[in-house]
Design a protein around this ligand. Structure first.
Ligand SMILES: [Zn+2]
Length: 487
C-alpha cells in the first residue's frame, strides 16, 4: 500500500508521490525563540520527528528543514517578541535568541526529537528575503508605503486556498476608507520600517527596517528545498495568516506551486477554569515548560502521550494524563526487558515458541499499514500492545524460546517502537536521563541481593526487595534470574 497523506491543501487523503523518486524535502515552521519551549511544542515537533523517522525507515532520503524565528514575529501591539523579552530582561536581543534557541534544542534532544538537517535563522537570511520582496514588487504583488512593504492580497486570486478564508471583494471606492499605510486591511507586511529605537534593523532598498514573519519561511524554504518541494508542516494555529501568506508570497514570486502536501498538527489543549479546552500558549500564560515535564516524566512517556492521538487531532493535557501514557509505555517496555533477559540464556536456533513469528510478521505489516495511512500513530502503538500481550504470554509460560525467535521479537520492538516511534531505548542502560542511572542502580541492587541469597543472608535479601518496593520497583524471581518492573 502506498503512503497516503491527508493534504490540508485540498482537504483530502492523497497518495504521496515525491517530486524526485526516493527523495523527500520537508519544511516545518520552527519556534520563535523568546521563551522556554512548552509541552505544546512537544506535540508538534514529536509529530514531525516521527514522520521523518518513518519516511527514512521506509528508505526515503529526507532533507528536513526547520527554521528558527529570531526576528519579525510581532505581537498584536506590533512589538517584536524578541525585543520585548530583551527589554524585560535588560539583555541584548541576540542574547535572548541564543538562550532560547539552546533551551529549545536541549529540550528536543532530551525528548529524543532528532535535529533537523538544516535549522536556518531568519536573521541570517535577510538578503534572500529582500530579494523575494523585490521580486514581488516588480511583479506588482507588493507595494512600498512609507518605508514598509506590504503584500497586496487582492492581486492573488488564490489567497485563502489553504485556510479556506477568502478576502471579501472590495466594494468600489472602499479603498480610500482604509486607514494607515495599507491598501487593504488584509494586506500583510513583507518589510517593516524600523522606528529609531528598534534595535533589530537592516539596510534595504526601502530604508532601514526588518522583515515580516511570513517572508522568512518563503525565502528559506526556497533556498534549501527549491521553489517547489514535497511537504510543508507546522501547527494548525499558524494556518492563517502565516502559512497562507507563505503560499501567496512564494507562488506569486516563483510562479510555480509551493509545497505539494500540507500537514498541520492539532494543538495541545488545557482545560480552562470552566473545564473547556483552550490552547496551551505562551501568550495565554497557561503553559508547562518541557523542561519541567521532563523532570517529572520519562521522555518516552511524553512521546507516548503525544503519539496517542493522530497528529492532526488536538490533545488535552491535564493532571495524570501523562501518567496514564507512562503506564502504557511501561507495559510495552517491560516486555522488551523480559525479551532481553531471555536472550541472555536462550538456546541457539529457533527452539520452541516459533509460532510467535507469525505474530511478529503481522505486527510489522499492521504497523506499516497504520503508518502508511497518514501516520496513524495510535494504531501503530496498538500493534505493539498486541505483540506485547503475546510476548508476555509466551515468555511467562516457561517455554524454552530459541534465540532466533527472541531476536525476531526484539528487532520488531527496536525497529518499530525504537527507530520509528522513539519509544524503545536501544539498550536498557541507555533509557535516557535519570532512567539510565536508575536502571543501572536497580541492576546493582539486584546483584547485591543475589549475593546475599548465595550467602543465605535472607534478611538482607528481603531488605533490598522491600526497600525497592517502597520506591515503586517490584522484583520478580524467575528460573533464569530476577527481573524488575516499575509500578
Ligand atoms: Zn513558517
Amino acid at each position: 500500500m502506498p503512503l497516503r497523506i491527508y493534504n490540508v491543501l485540498g482537504r483530502e487523503k492523497q497518495d504521496f508521490e515525491p517530486i524526485e523518486p526516493g527523495k523527500v524535502g520537508i519544511y516545518v515552521c520552527g519556534p520563535t525563540v523568546y521563551d522556554f519551549p512548552h509541552i505544546g511544542h512537544a506535540k508538534t515537533y514529536t509529530a514531525f520527528d516521527v514522520v521523518v523517522r518513518y519516511l527514512r525507515y521506509t528508505g526515503l532520503d529526507v532533507l528536513y528543514v526547520q527554521n528558527i524565528t529570531d526576528v519579525g514575529h510581532l505581537l498584536d501591539t506590533e512589538e517584536d517578541r524578541i525585543l520585548k523579552k530583551a527589554r524585560q530582561t535588560q539583555s541584548k536581543p541576540m542574547q535572548v535568541v541564543e538562550t532560547y534557541t539552546k533551551a529549545y534544542f536541549d529540550a528536543m534532544d532530551a525528548l529524543g526529537v532528532g535535529r533537523p538537517d538544516i535549522s536556518p535563522r531568519a536573521s541570517g537570511h535577510i538578503p534572500e528575503q529582500i530579494k523575494l520582496i523585490e521580486t514581488l514588487i516588480r511583479k506588482e504583488h507588493a507595494y512600498v508605503s512609507e518605508g514598509s512593504v506590504y503584500f497586496d492580497v487582492t492581486t492573488d486570486p488564490d489567497y485563502g486556498k489553504l485556510s479556506n478564508r477568502r478576502v471579501e471583494a472590495q466594494a468600489a471606492g472602499s479603498r480610500v476608507e482604509v486607514r494607515g499605510e495599507k491598501r487593504n486591511p488584509e494586506d500583510f507586511a513583507l518589510w517593516k520600517r524600523a522606528d529609531p529605537e528598534h534595535i533589530l534593523r537592516w539596510d534595504s532598498p526601502w530604508g532601514e527596517g526588518f522583515p515580516g514573519w511570513h517572508v522568512e519561511c518563503s525565502a528559506m524554504a526556497k533556498k534549501y528545498l527549491g521553489a517547489t518541494f514535497d511537504i510543508h508542516g507546522g501547527g494548525i494555529d499558524n494556518i492563517f495568516p502565516h502559512n497562507e501568506s507563505e503560499i501567496a508570497q512564494s507562488e506569486c514570486a516563483n510562479e510555480v506551486d509551493f509545497a505539494r502536501y500540507w500537514m498541520l498538527v492539532g494543538s495541545l489543549m488545557v482545560p480552562d477554569r470552566d473545564g473547556n479546552p483552550v490552547k496551551m500558549s505562551k501568550s495565554l500564560g497557561n503553559f508547562v515548560t518541557l523542561a519541567d515535564a521532563l523532570k517529572k516524566y520519562r521522555p518516552e512517556a511524553i512521546r507516548m502521550f503525544m503519539l496517542s492521538v493522530h497528529y492532526s487531532n488536538p490533545i488535552t493535557y491535564e493532571d495524570g494524563a501523562i501518567d496514564g501514557a507512562e503506564r502504557g509505555w511501561e507495559r510495552i517496555y517491560n516486555a522488551v526487558r523480559l525479551t532481553r533477559r531471555a536472550m541472555n540464556s536462550a538456546p541457539a536456533g529457533s527452539g520452541d515458541g516459533s509460532a510467535i513469528l507469525d505474530v511478529v510478521q503481522k505486527t510489522r505489516a499492521d504497523f506499516a499499514a497504520a503508518m502508511d495511512d497518514d501516520f496513524t500513530t495510535p494504531l501503530a502503538i496498538a500493534t505493539l500492545q498486541e505483540l506485547t500481550r503475546e510476548v508476555n504470554t509466551l515468555l511467562n509460560s516457561g517455554t524454552a524460546v530459541g534465540l532466533d525467535v527472541l531476536n525476531a521479537i526484539h528487532a520488531a520492538y527496536t525497529d518499530l517502537g525504537g527507530t520509528v516511534l522513539g519509544l524503545i531505548p536501544e539498550h536498557d542502560a541507555a533509557a535516557g536521563g535519570d532512567g539510565a542511572r536508575e536502571g543501572a542502580l536497580i541492576e546493582l541492587l539486584i546483584k547485591m541481593r543475589a549475593e546475599a541469597r548465595v550467602n543465605k543472608n535472607w534478611a538482607e535479601s528481603d531488605r533490598i526487595r522491600n526497600e525497592l518496593a517502597k520506591v515503586g520497583v517490584t522484583l520478580e524471581d524467575r528460573p533464569d534470574g530476577t527481573i524488575w518492573k516499575t509500578t
